[in-house]
Design a protein around this ligand. Structure first.
Ligand code: ADP
Ligand code: MG
Length: 573
């Protein structure tokens, strides 16, 4: 149950509507039991009165009015209760989603990037949704149930102490017993249901995302079969769930019947020592109606296992500590944007080797550094350290004279523009995709940049309003990369990081892009990552990397003069 603590805390903010919801549920319960109890008494009392002399004096109006009143109040109460408690629950879920999302964002990219997208989605949607059971199915019915039993016991005991206490004891026992029995019965199945739901989603998303690939390689039936398997398990779980719900209600009805027999037997000789009369009917109807307060609890507790499992899955994310925590207040900007790395080591947490080994580089503001090396030599890792995707394992990384850890996230993001190796195109218009780098960019500015990066054809027809991404215009690898460059140019920060911006482009485009980048980075500090030894003559410094180490360092001419690896690579061109 401890799993639920973080969610119960969120209740504080909505305590008023949550309590009002429970109050209305209680009021509805009272009117509903009252209606049946009063009707029972009224019908028999009226019948008895009709047979006797009392028919002249019997007051038909008042109880009749009472029955009407209860009936109307019950309808209004139920309506009010549904509106208030569902409204509160939805607000609660909205809060919970935001709360969860806030905790989630700093965890990416980090250890959690290991979690599958589909799994995260499932946590964010289905597991959060499962939390609405906590109030609607567990907390509210239990509290309302306890108050209901107490009031009913007092009411009946006022007429007959023994009957009141007996009925109260039966109801209380059932209220305690049902949750325990059905929690235990449904626990395993509920946990499995939550897990199978997640598995089904993951399998389905795999199938959808990789569909064309799967078809091409003839692997589609196998993946489709995986979906069917998970689906059958889920249906199996749901079947059991329905089975338990039925069992809980049936057993409760049975208990209701036997209690009715018992109470009628106790009341048959007359209530509270009186001769038998309409009160007997009242007791019988009260007993029948009293089970209404147990009904919501009957099937609810088999869902507890499911809810707890969802809570556990959410807590896994909530309790994870982010790999990188940005300073709340600290460096926002700097006079001069130089970059210093001294003895930087970095190891991915699931790896046995250092991806970077004692890397030391000093780059003055406005200088251009090229990092050259084969695939896998650690170039992208180095850039990711500069944008603080993760922190150095050991060593020191200074940006503009202060440790990167002293920078605020906003300050750091405003100081660095990046063209990453893999440019993501978001689902949205071309304009959205550019404005994420500069929200106040004007249409003219964006069109101009598109021309510059050689995407003038995107300016044609609907231009910036063209939809990109899912269900929109698909872009080629080269076009995506140019969008990435356009974003970086728009962002216009004093430091520019480029991760193989010309990879996969033809020679002519490559030289166009290089010219463009040179033009836009004249006064910027630049780190340019490449595995091609092209256009490096203009660089102030070149670092040649191999397996995480800088093996040669200097400018183009110095490195050629060294007659080492750089020289050899250059000759091979
Ligand atoms: P480059 O950009 O030079 O091609 P990377 O910096 O991407 O190389 O990778 C350097 C090394 O770190 C490689 O051996 C790669 O397998 C490893 N690596 C990269 N990303 C991760 C990661 N997220 N987890 C574990 N190892 C990684
Ligand atoms: Mg790379």
């Amino acid at each position: 149950m401890r799993e639920l603590a973080p969610y119960l805390k969120l209740y504080k903010k909505h305590w008023f509507s949550l309590s009002l919801g429970m109050f209305l549920a209680f009021a509805t319960l009272v009117t509903s039991i009252g209606l049946l109890t009063l009707s029972g008494w009224f019908l028999s009392a009226a019948a008895v009165a009709g047979l006797t002399i009392a028919r002249e004096t019997f007051n038909y109006m008042l109880p009749g009015g009472g029955v009407r009143g209860f009936a109307m109040a019950r309808t209004a109460g139920r309506w009010g209760e549904r509106v208030v408690s569902h409204d509160a629950t939805f607000k609660l879920l909205a809060d919970l989603r935001i709360f969860f999302f806030k905790k989630l964002t700093p965890l990416i990219p980090g250890r959690l990037s290991k979690l599958r997208d589909a799994d995260l989605l499932n946590r964010l949607v289905a597991d959060v949704d499962a939390m609405d059971h906590v109030y609607l199915r567990l907390v509210s019915p239990i509290i309302v149930g306890i108050f209901g039993i107490a009031s009913l016991t007092v009411f009946i005991a006022w007429f007959d102490l023994t009957i009141g206490l007996t009925l109260g004891a039966i109801l209380l026992t059932l209220l305690l017993l049902w949750p325990i029995i059905f929690y235990k019965l449904g626990k395993y199945n509920g946990e499995m249901l939550t897990q199978n739901k997640a598995k089904l989603r993951i399998a389905t998303l795999d199938w959808v995302q990789g569909h064309s690939e799967l078809v091409l390689f003839g692997a589609e039936p196998k993946y489709r079969k995986a979906i069917s398997t998970h689906q059958s398990s889920l249906i199996q779980n749901q079947f059991k769930n329905a089975h338990y719900t039925g069992l809980a209600s049936a057993l409760l009805l049975l208990a209701n019947g036997w209690s009715l027999v018992l109470i009628i037997w106790m009341a048959a000789d007359g209530v509270n020592g009186q001769p038998p009369g309409p009160m007997v009917a009242m007791m019988a109807f009260a007993t029948m109606a009293s089970f209404e307060l147990l009904m919501p609890i009957a099937g609810a507790f088999q869902y507890l296992g499911q809810t707890l499992e969802s809570a556990r899955r959410l807590n896994e994310v909530l309790s994870a500590t982010p790999d990188v925590v940005f300073a709340e207040s600290g460096t926002e900007a700097s006079q001069s944007y130089d970059i210093q790395l001294s003895n930087v080591n970095y190891r991915y947490h699931d790896s046995n080797n250092d991806a970077l080994k004692s890397v030391s580089v000093n780059l003055n503001a406005g200088q251009k550094l090229a990092i050259v090396g084969q695939t896998g030599s650690g170039k992208s890792t180095l850039l990711q350290l500069l944008t603080r995707q993760f922190d150095v394992t050991s060593g020191e990384l200074l940006l503009g004279g202060s440790s990167i850890k002293q920078w605020t996230e906003k300050g750091l993001r405003q100081s660095i523009s990046v063209v990453s190796q893999r440019v993501d195109i978001l689902n949205g218009t071309l304009k959205d995709n550019l404005q994420l780098a500069k929200p106040d960019a004007s249409d003219e500015e964006m069109k101009h940049i598109l021309e510059e990066v050689g995407l003038s054809h995107l300016n044609e027809s609907i231009g910036l309003d063209a939809w990109l991404g899912d269900g929109g215009r698909q872009l080629s690898g080269g076009e995506k990369r140019r969008i990435g460059i356009a974003r970086a140019v728009l962002h216009n920060a004093p430091i520019m990081l480029l991760d193989e911006p010309t990879e996969g482009l033809d020679k002519q485009t490559e030289s166009q892009i290089m010219q463009l980048l040179n033009k836009h980075t004249i006064d910027k500090t630049v780190v340019f990552v490449t595995h091609r030894l092209v256009g490096l003559e203009k660089m102030d410094m070149i670092c040649l990397m191999e397996q995480g180490e800088i093996v040669e360092q200097g400018n183009h001419n110095e490195l050629l003069a060294q007659n080492g690896l750089y020289h050899r690579l250059h000759q091979r061109l």
